[in-house]
Write a protein that binds this ligand. Structure first.
Ligand SMILES: [Zn+2]
Ligand SMILES: [Zn+2]
Length: 105
């Protein structure tokens, strides 16, 4: 084996490994937690204040014009509450259990 064969076998192995890893992720549906960066794809919503609603995480009522974060399932929560939730505990909405991370699906 010369240097190039070694080099290309290593590339091949790495490539194969990455592909296998990707397939494993798809198959097992590993759910990736949000990071500070990926969080920002979730829209911010300003509470209208027309009705009384509580945040299901901290149970505090929202006040008018408070900024909330909206998940793809249309549930919204305090930005601080949901950010902590989806970066540390779970990738699912605390209300309906729908998957919140639309990037890694
Ligand atoms: Zn809250
Ligand atoms: Zn939900």
């Amino acid at each position: 084996m010369n240097k190039f064969t070694v080099y290309f076998s290593i590339i091949g192995l790495v490539y194969y490994g990455l592909n296998k890893f990707k397939k494993d992720i798809m198959r097992s549906k590993i759910r990736v937690l949000f990071t500070k960066e990926t969080l920002n794809i979730l829209p911010i919503y300003k509470f209208s204040g027309e009705e009384t609603e509580n945040c299901t995480i901290c149970l505090e009522e929202y006040y008018k014009d408070e900024e909330l974060r909206k998940l793809p399932c249309n549930h919204y929560f305090h930005i601080l509450c949901i950010d902590r939730w989806i970066t540390n505990y779970s990738t699912s909405c605390p209300n309906c259990n729908n998957y919140a991370n639309i990037i890694a699906v």
